[in-house]
Design a protein. Structure first.
Lengths: 307, 304
């Protein structure tokens, strides 16, 4: 028997020994192949003049036509600028859950702490539609909470939801309101894993509470923080469609049109499939490049890497 | 963790050390956070029981004004809300069951170190987190499979959650001892029987956490329905809510005059009551699974 067939036989034996495990994997693998990997092949319509009657394979090639069309369009600058601005803005709020976790970790009264955590997790369970609905109600100049507060001081309330300049702030800070408690869970878990002996040693050395936070808690959170940071940067151009689309209106559109909403409008509302796919692909590739780059940098300087 | 408390007992006399001040500031901060978190939600609750004119005139701050159930009664006049409700319950139950079945089994298989090709298969999963075909190619695929505008499209094609799989895999690795499988093998137990009879019953914590994640996701999502569902009868609750809260479809079909005033009033009240009714169920689930959100499961997420 040649070594080659021997190897095949051994592989077959190793697979058949655990055939049950492959059966368990099967549903997930099939779903990914059909609904995630198959569309990856469909990405080539970004380089074609897609015609539904000819299908993906039969449609004629168009090269980089649609990419050029996007780069030369007026929307390119607007959507890219808005996407980057909103991402970087929300990226800047990254430390908030860390600070939040450090503070919660200082609460000694267990009952109160649990109550506090439960309350601050609550907004996470509100759907995006309801969140934006609440924002529209509260911020409405006519009969919202904000309108009432302004009238209390005898002033006329501005239409906050219709302001393109305030769009990013509303988007980011409503996210902070909704997700800070929830996002701090992972850091609180990391904090609770710190050995008490570290604090005791620090206390013997006369460390103050603030010093213990700075010298013990914060460094212990760094690996978790860096991992999450890398993942965040990978999604820098991936400003979520859901909330932006809901918050969008004719008044704020110049500050709220981002890549994902533009992809949706071009693709599904005006049925320019190839053009939309090209914009989408551009978006995905930039994200991928960012992710790999940042991961490389992080691996070099801090030995933290996501792969 | 009770360092300052002990120190204070030792010093007997109460004094304003910097630790005391920071303790007070810490609690002031928590109270502020609680107010900022709760007040918007509380406002919606009291406004839902108030007369809309009182809300509009700024009379509603701490308690309902012009107490009324009209907003809730108005819910009954909109069958679309209840169809959406029924659909969402169905999507959530079926979707969660499918999601659990698919993701837990994949996670378990990937947690086994003796799985041949483990690295490659893991990469096959992870890759999808960073690259995908995008909106239109996915849309065309779904349409080609005849899934467009069907019940199935919201529960099956996107059931794989790679992040969930990674978290569950880490859980299985850390909390199911490897000797257990060896012992089961000696007794002639196969992989499948071992998974269903031994692994799953030992994994209630991770099952609860995943079930919560997946269920909340289904209850709250509107994106897939927006893209793939056209038929009103299949609308999930969130799409109905979008029409009521965001695009204001309830108001567009009104005339003028006194009847319109009444209709406007009711439409206004509906916005509050519908938020309450749509959000209560998902908020109620959380306390039941909260005990499983202990460090064990989250540590798994941290490490991965």
């Amino acid at each position: 028997m040649s070594p080659y067939t021997l190897r095949i036989k051994r592989t077959a034996a190793r697979i058949s020994k655990n055939w049950g495990l492959y059966l368990l994997l099967l549903p997930a693998v099939v779903l990914l192949l059909l609904f995630t990997y198959k569309p990856m092949y469909g990405v080539i319509i970004a380089f074609k003049d897609y015609n539904p009657s000819l299908g993906i394979t039969g449609s004629p090639w168009a090269g980089f036509k649609y990419f050029e069309k996007f780069f030369n369009s007026y929307q390119f600058e607007v959507t890219l600028k808005n996407t980057l601005y909103i991402s970087l803005y929300s990226f800047a709020t990254f430390p908030i859950p860390i600070i939040f976790a450090l503070l919660v970790n200082q609460l000694r009264h267990n009952m109160y702490r649990r109550f506090f955590q439960t309350v601050t997790y609550m907004p996470h369970f509100i759907s995006t539609v309801v969140l934006v609905g609440i924002m529209m109600i509260l911020l409405s100049p006519g009969n919202g909470l904000i309108g009432n507060i302004y009238r209390l001081f005898g002033a006329e309330a501005p239409n906050l939801m219709g302001s393109s300049g305030l769009f990013s702030s509303l988007y980011v800070w409503s996210d902070v309101w909704q997700q800070t408690g929830w996002n701090s869970i992972i850091y609180l878990a990391a904090l609770s894993a710190i050995s008490p002996s570290l604090y005791e040693a620090a206390k013997v050395d006369g460390a103050s509470r603030w010093q213990m936070v700075r010298m013990i808690d914060l460094p212990m959170l760094m690996p978790t923080a860096i991992t999450l940071l890398i993942l965040r940067i990978g999604g820098l151009l991936g400003v979520g469609f859901e909330k932006v689309y809901l918050m969008q209106n004719n008044l704020n559109i110049s500050g709220s049109e981002v890549l994902s909403t533009y992809v949706y409008k071009i693709g599904l509302l005006s049925a320019q499939y190839s053009f939309s796919s090209a914009i989408n692909l551009f978006n995905t590739i930039i994200n991928l490049i960012l992710l790999v780059t940042v991961n490389q940098i992080s691996r070099k300087y801090s030995e933290n890497s996501i792969w | 963790m009770s360092g300052t408390a002990q120190l204070n007992v030792g010093s007997k006399r109460k004094r304003w050390s910097s630790d005391n001040i920071s303790e007070i500031m810490l609690y002031v901060w928590t109270v502020l956070v609680l107010i900022v978190t709760l007040y918007p939600l509380y406002f919606i609750v009291i406004a839902s029981f108030s007369d809309p004119y009182a809300v509009g005139n700024g009379q509603v701050w701490l308690l309902p004004s012009g107490f009324t159930f009209d907003g809730y009664k108005e819910l009954l006049n909109h069958p679309r809300i209840w169809i959406g409700y029924r659909n969402t319950i169905a999507y959530t139950i079926v979707g969660t069951l499918i999601g659990l079945a698919v993701n837990l089994s994949a996670a378990y298989a990937l947690s086994r170190k003796d799985l041949f090709g483990r690295k490659t298969i893991t990469l096959f999963f992870i890759f999808t987190m960073f690259f995908n075909g995008g909106l239109i190619p996915t849309f065309l695929t779904i349409r080609d499979f005849g899934l467009y505008d069907t019940f199935l499209v919201l529960v099956l094609p996107f059931a794989v959650g790679v992040f969930d799989i990674i978290v569950a895999r880490t859980f299985f690795q850390n909390s199911i001892p490897a000797d257990l499988w060896e012992a089961a093998q000696v007794d002639g137990c196969g992989n499948l029987r071992y998974y269903f009879m031994i692994v799953l019953p030992l994994s209630k914590a991770i099952i609860s956490v995943l079930a919560l994640w997946i269920a909340v996701g289904h209850w709250n999502s509107y994106f897939n329905a927006l893209i793939y569902i056209k038929d009103d009868a299949l609308y999930p609750l969130q799409l109905v809510l979008r029409n009521i809260l965001i695009t204001n479809q309830m108001q567009s079909d009104m005339g003028t005059g006194e009847a319109a005033q009444v209709a406007l009033r009711l439409a206004n009240m509906l916005r509050y009551s519908v938020i309450i009714v749509a959000t209560i169920p998902i908020m109620c689930i959380y306390p039941f699974v909260q005990k499983y959100f202990n460090q064990g499961v989250m540590i798994g997420a941290v490490k991965s």
